[in-house]
Design a protein around this ligand. Sequence first.
Ligand code: PHE
Length: 467
Amino acid sequence: MNNNRAKWGSKLGFILAAAGSAVGLGNIWKFPGKAFEGGGGAFLLMYLLIVPLIGMPAMLSELAVGRASDSNVVDAFRKLGHKGYSWVGWVGWSVAFIITCYYSHVGGWVLRYVFSYATEAHAVYADPLGYFYAMLGYNAAADTTFFPWAAIGFAFLFMAICAFVIIRGVEGGIEKFNKVGMPALLVILLILFVRAATLPGAGDGLRYMLSLDLRKVTPQTFLIALSQAFYSLSLGMAIMITYGSYLSHEENIEKNTFFVCTMDTLVAVVAGFIIIPAVFATLGPDGVGKGGGFAFVSLAGVFEHMAGGVFFGLLFYLLLLFAALTSTVSLIEGIVAFLIERLYWKRTPTTIAVCVLMFCIGCLYTCSQAAFPIKGIWFDFANGVTFPAFCDAMEFLTDRVMIPLCALGCCVFVGWAWKPESAIAEVERCGDKFRFVKAYSFLIKFVAPAAIIVILCVSLFTGTTLS
Ligand code: PHE
């Protein structure tokens, strides 16, 4: 055992950090839009089945691999005696790297909106779409483009905050930061929920989220829910392997997994119950869109038409900011931990170098949104070779290929190479019995890999993004 590796300072510290990683933009920004598209209740039902049946076994496996190997993502597989699976770690490490490049930029936009609501909410209200485009370097009225200073400047600030937390280390930085950020996030979530539920007309949205439209229970909706669950639980990016490796042997992995998954799902569902009813109440069902435009553009209409809108708008973007910060921190830690251990680099310069590099690549992401026609290259069997915008190509690469591949690698590794028995032994190392031995073995060997293979095939053969 490597005694030099950092460990979490307390039980709560780990739980909050893991939940902090899981609860991110995916929960608050992506989930509500998908739940709406997926028919409200139908999507919710599928999601609530997928999390315990596929998400939980997958998370438990990643945490067990991390703790058993006591190692970073790339070396974990070798340390457990299966060098042939190191590629899974490499994919996980790379996907964390690529995602951080753009996740941190979107985090910067969120930071921008915190300032916007604090200082010039009227400007956002006056022209929500124009304001959003202006941040990204596009003047819609004159149809001209310019360098997106606002987006890039705030992304830089966002990255600097994350780097600062990482430099302080696991216990002094990540753990302390999450101990403040996560409770703050929960309090804000609750306040917003009460506000949204009491808006006149919110009942329609609530009813939509609770109604079960069986026509919407389709394979497509199922796959969207499945990819969303993976993304939301921070699986397939080897984050949970890194975080698991900082976990002491007395901790009960089963209970921790249960808690983190429940918390993540709860936040996603509550976010759905905030945003959908609020949009229904103020803009009607047509106001619900998805993607970036949804969080940044449609919601302006919601806050404009609500009593105390500026205040609640500010709270909303603060919520999004905390969620994005704690997730980005977890991504960067996974990247930095590997470099420190493998190359014997020092934490501070490594963090700075990596963050600067990711920030620069992220600039291409932001610039290709609207300001400049920077293209990437893509291939799928349905459309052949295409040249989508650089920002889209980045997301295709991670969402359609790399995340499912890494998640599949982890499941197959635990199910067939390292064997579920080893994971179970690792879980029971704390002295408590693992209660779901049979179910877990079955799910991790057959159900989870099969589901992920379907996602991969659909992405590559039909050219659609499911996450
Ligand atoms: N789970 C995060 C979200 O919901 C995203 C994320 C994935 C963060 C993987 C870290 C690692 O937004």
